[in-house]
Design a binder for this molecule. Structure first.
Ligand SMILES: O=C(O)COP(=O)(O)O
Ligand SMILES: [Mg+2]
Length: 222
């Protein structure tokens, strides 16, 4: 079966959102009287949703988890305020993303977003980046009971678009994207320019070093 539909991860795949995420996380740390962290350190905390990002960023510890303490809730509220004020101050689409998405859309492929980012950030971010109208399904980290690496968001997107797993390709930059695709039984492309650590990433069906390589890979499939 050939590919008819795509699910795209957002952070680290379509958009380089670290500068604004790091700025907001550091602003939440400043509000709590903590020192500023390097962007690269905050980058390593992204991928499991905003609550995890905040728990890790406030503790400066990858092993920290969000347990809903008063301090974490306060930090999350502060982060929300800061991030919503500047979702796209320094966030940009990666090279080739806009043109490739438009080409896929014009060719009749069905496009979805499957991100762990909460909906309150996902929807305005896609709009500000000028690509929101290209997607017929947008599944955020808090849209359903489970998020990636669970199969549920991909299964939901496939059902909404009426495509089967062998017609569906997940494109993402993290372990969660690959595990979710495997759990849902669909193919997966790993983009190596994102935030995932290639050393810890399970095997994907294809690795793309640039987003526009998707078109040439697609030509090889049937
Ligand atoms: O916000 C996150 O934790 C990650 O978002 P992503 O799933 O689009 O990479
Ligand atoms: Mg990602």
């Amino acid at each position: 079966m050939s590919i008819r539909a795509f699910a795209f991860d957002l952070d680290g795949t379509l958009a380089d959102s670290i500068p604004d995420l790091a700025h907001a996380a550091n602003a939440a740390r400043r509000d709590a009287g903590l020192t500023q962290l390097e962007e690269t350190q905050i980058e390593s905390y992204v991928g499991d949703g905003t609550e995890s990002l905040i728990a890790r960023a406030m503790a400066a510890d990858m092993a920290a988890s969000f347990t809903g303490t008063a301090g974490q809730k306060e930090a999350l509220a502060r982060f929300d305020q800061h991030y919503l004020k500047g979702l796209t101050l320094r966030t940009t689409l990666y090279p080739g993303v806009s043109s490739t998405l438009k080409e896929l859309h014009d060719c009749g492929y069905r496009l979805a977003i499957v991100t762990n980012k909460p909906e309150r950030f996902t929807l305005p971010l896609l709009k500000e980046l000028g690509i929101g109208d290209l997607f017929e399904v947008i599944v955020s980290g808090d849209s359903l009971a489970n998020r990636k690496p669970n199969a549920e968001p991909l299964q939901y997107a496939m059902e909404k678009m009426g495509v089967s797993a062998d017609e569906f390709l997940m494109v993402g930059d993290s372990k969660n994207d690959i595990l979710a695709a495997r759990a849902a039984g669909c193919k997966v492309a790993f983009v190596s320019y994102g935030y995932g650590d290639a050393k810890t990433i399970p095997n994907a069906d294809v690795t793309l070093t640039g987003f526009d390589e998707l078109m040439s890979w697609l030509d090889t499939q049937d």
